[in-house]
Design a protein around this ligand. Sequence first.
Ligand SMILES: [Zn+2]
Ligand SMILES: [Zn+2]
Length: 108
Amino acid sequence: MTEWIPLYIPCPVSSISSTRSPCRYYHSDCGGSIRISTEVYLKCVNCGKCSHWKEWTFSCAEHSSIYKMINGKDFLNSLSIAMQPSGKDGGTMATMRQIIKKLMEEII
Ligand SMILES: [Zn+2]
Ligand SMILES: [Zn+2]
C-alpha cells in the first residue's frame, strides 16, 4: 500500500543551498503543501499534481526564485538527514525508511 507523508527535508539542491535543517515545501503554482509517497512520487495536496520526484524542481528560502532539478544522491542525503531528528512518530519513521529504500533501488 502506498503511503503519503508531508515532505519535510533539508533542501535537496546541494549545489546552491547550505541549509541542512528540514523545511516544508509548497507547490509554486498554487501554494499547496507537498507530500511524498513510498513510491517516491510527490503530490500537491491542493491541486492534486502528482508525478515522479525527477519531474519536480526545488527552491528554498536561500534561493527562493531559483528552481532546480535535483539528483538522486542529493535527494537521498536530504531524506537521510530528515530521518535523524527524534520526536517523529514510529509510523512516519517507518514510512521514511520505505521511501529511502525505494529511492536507493531507483538510483543504484
Ligand atoms: Zn498545486
Ligand atoms: Zn535550497
